[in-house]
Design a binder for this molecule. Structure first.
Ligand code: S3P
Length: 444
């Protein structure tokens, strides 16, 4: 356990770069490993989650090295990976294990996946159910949990599958396995989720297209067994990490912060859309395209927010941002209503329960519902608590943002999970004028 405390601070000012997008980083490594030739990746996230994906791919035979901050991946082609000699540990990362289940199944090998206590409590049947239809075999603890092993078949079968829950991880696992199947594999989404996998199939020379069906559903069809070719990837900044800086700058009075080179894919920008509706002063500067993804610099200045009802159908485009939105809501006048969030119960922690518990401990009025939260905000909040983070990086970072504006400091019981996604989080904030340290809050 590594407690961290944040204290009410001066304005936040300056320009920062946040870690490379985690979703794109995992996929850049995976697509590099599935391609022929050497893929050069710049801006790769240095978080533990992405490093775990890299180690897993190395264990399966991909060549991955780093030279002068550039990650070089020597690909083995689709279906060209090998059976690892030992179990593959994916730490805290749901994206890593779910995507790699699809990758491992591309060849007739057996891969045994393990993870930490948080990952070992997260549901895996959502990925195994469709992958079994492709002919892949699994052996999982209690049929749904890690540790589990994946056995790829001699020949995969293409499938057509409608996602029962909106999940880019499940969609991606099916598309990745489908890349090794003959013919066309289709995934149907009722609600659109992040499309980084689809963009990368095209970018690496594969054949994928999407269309809207008669009921408004989104149908993505990938053609199997292409030869993917290595291509350079420049990973843009992660909007889910920029979120913490943006919310902190909105709430700390007199702040003026610019976050450079943030991915603004419209399937990821729901938090920024929502904050603007709440009255946030956010400007997108120098909007441009970077390696197939829209990016911009975000300038944020302190703003008095007001509560709103966040549309439930916006959830997939901001699914990881609700913890920090709760902090913004605590400082927004009136009520903020967040609905349609049952998926938050199966993230790194049960984020609805854990946020509600932490907010209450910090003196903020919150009502927990089966699939949402309602927060009554104001212009100040007491803080002054130690919050349990349950091995969840986003819970830890959200409450550290709260402590920058609450009356009393806020301590998180364990800041170490922050390294899974945002190494250097405290230093980056302190460089902007914040006060985050490992000196614990004095009991009040
Ligand atoms: C991710 C998809 C989302 C998100 C996760 C990253 C991805 O999970 O919460 O942090 O990179 O595909 P779900 O697919 O479970 O919604």
């Amino acid at each position: 356990m590594h407690p961290l405390t944040s204290r009410n601070t001066s304005p936040l000012t300056g320009t920062v770069i946040v870690p490379g997008d985690k979703s794109i980083s995992h996929r850049a490594l995976i697509f590099g490993a599935m391609s022929i030739g050497e893929t050069r990746i710049t801006g790769l996230s240095q978080g533990e989650d992405v490093q775990d994906t890299a180690s897993a791919l190395v264990a399966m035979g991909a060549g991955i090295t780093t030279q002068d901050g550039v990650c070089l991946v020597e690909g083995r082609g689709i279906g060209g990976l090998m059976e690892p000699a030992t179990a593959v540990d994916l730490g805290n990362s749901g994206t890593a294990v779910r995507l790699l289940m699809g990758v491992a199944a591309q060849q007739p090998i057996k891969v045994h996946f393990t993870g930490d206590a948080s990952l070992s409590s997260r549901p895996m049947a959502r990925v195994m159910t469709p992958l079994k239809q492709l002919g892949i075999q699994f052996d999982a603890r209690d049929d749904d949990l890690l540790p589990l092993s994946v056995q790829g078949p001699e020949k995969l079968l293409p499938i057509r599958y409608t996602l029962p829950v909106p999940s880019a991880q499940v969609k991606s696992a099916i598309l990745l396995a489908g890349l090794a199947a003959p013919g066309e594999t289709a995934v149907i989404e009722k609600e659109r989720t992040r499309d980084h996998t689809e963009r990368m199939v095209t970018y690496f020379g594969g054949d994928i297209h999407s269309e809207t069906g008669g009921k408004g559903e989104h149908i993505i069809t990938v053609k199997g067994q292409p030869e993917l070719k290595a291509a350079p990837v420049d990973v843009p900044g992660d909007p889910s990490q920029a979120a913490f800086v943006v919310v902190a700058a909105l709430l700390c009075p007199d702040s003026d912060v610019t976050v450079r080179n943030v991915c603004l894919n419209t399937l990821r920008d729901g938090l920024f859309v929502t904050l603007r509706e709440m009255g946030a002063n956010l400007e997108y500067l120098d909007e441009r395209n970077n390696g197939g993804e829209p990016v911009a610099d975000i300038r944020v200045r302190s703003s008095q927010l007001h509560g709103i009802e966040v549309p439930a159908d916006r959830a997939p485009s901001m699914i990881d941002e609700y913890p920090v939105l709760c902090i913004a809501a605590a400082f927004a006048t009136g009520q903020t209503v967040m609905k349609g969030l049952a998926e938050l119960r199966v993230k790194e922690s049960d984020r609805l329960a854990v946020m509600a518990e932490g907010l209450k401990a910090c003196g903020i009025k919150v009502a927990e519902q089966p699939d949402g939260l309602i927060i009554d905000g104001g212009t100040s909040a007491p803080g002054g608590a130690t919050v349990a983070t349950h091995l969840d990086h986003r819970i830890a970072m959200s409450f550290l943002v709260l402590g920058l504006v609450s009356d009393q400091p806020v301590t998180v019981d364990d800041g170490s999970p922050i390294d899974t996604s945002f190494p250097g989080f405290a230093d980056l904030f302190n460089g902007l004028g914040a006060d985050i340290s490992n000196v614990e809050r004095k009991a009040s």
